[in-house]
Design a protein around this ligand. Structure first.
Ligand code: ADE
Length: 248
């Protein structure tokens, strides 16, 4: 199955951009995914091809018009009705690896990119559009966020990533950050590769990596660690217990 990506944007020339090279570029040449970058302005209804207007109630910036947005979304839905429609916005639900995995297993995605102050809110009530954020930062538009979302999906498509295990062992796939990596030279500026990684003892190496992943997650991402330990208690007992009952 080919993963069909449609991007609704005022800047179609930003695509494929970085997705035209390396892994994603090759995968596209091989037909593993397709890209349709659609100009939102083509759905404007006046002779000046207006896409935005001043915010109701006053204030800075401009807002993307709902009549123009809905026409663009309807066009994408007609072409690929099964693909979820995602609007990139800092007001959206934070993107997770779990959602990326779900999307990558589906028929594709339609991504709506905002500019200016954002979208007329009525688009989210009037059309099946999911709001997604790539983090608590404000970009100048949704295009870079869309590229990130697509990159994360494309690398998971069947046959795209070189070594199959590199997908399941990496950060977030098991709720933890990935363990740290080393390669030659064995010594660099007086710093050496941890002895255990040179021992050839695969059980010891696996145990060390698991421990490092846990320590790093606890120190760097207490939010992930809390969820991970909570989930383990839940799966062991079959019911969710409060953190204070977890004995750690
Ligand atoms: N557009 C602007 N900022 C964004 C963000 N953080 N995530 C998704 N889309 C955006």
């Amino acid at each position: 199955m080919t993963f069909a990506a449609t991007v609704l944007t005022l800047y179609p020339e930003m695509f494929p951009g970085p997705l035209g090279v390396s892994l994603a570029g090759r995968a596209r040449e091989q037909g593993k995914w397709t890209l349709d970058a659609v100009q939102i302005r083509d759905f404007a209804i006046d002779k000046h091809r207006t896409v935005d207007d001043t915010p109701a109630g006053g204030g800075a910036g401009m807002v993307l018009r709902v009549d123009v947005l809905s026409a663009a979304v309807d066009h994408a839905l007609a072409n690929n009705p099964a693909a979820p429609v995602i609007a990139m916005t800092p007001r959206g639900k934070p993107l997770t690896q779990e959602r990326v995995r779900e999307l990558a297993e589906g028929p594709g995605v339609t991504i709506l990119c905002g500019r200016f102050e954002g979208f007329d809110e009525r688009i989210f009530a009037g059309r099946p559009v999911e709001e997604v954020s790539i983090g608590d930062i404000v970009l100048s538009g949704g295009e870079c966020a869309a590229l990130m979302l697509l990159d994360a999906c494309i690398r998971l498509l069947p046959g795209v990533m070189g070594a199959p295990s590199s997908g399941s062992e990496e950060s977030f796939e098991n709720g933890l950050l990935e363990y740290p990596h080393y390669t030659r030279p064995v010594e660099w500026e007086g710093r050496t590769i941890p002895e255990v990684l040179r021992s050839g003892d695969h059980a010891k190496i696996a145990a060390w990596r698991k421990h490092q992943a846990e320590v790093d997650t606890r120190l760097r991402r207490p939010d992930l660690w809390e969820r991970h330990t909570g989930a383990r208690v839940q799966s062991a007992s079959g019911a969710r217990r409060e953190n204070k009952d977890q004995g750690q």
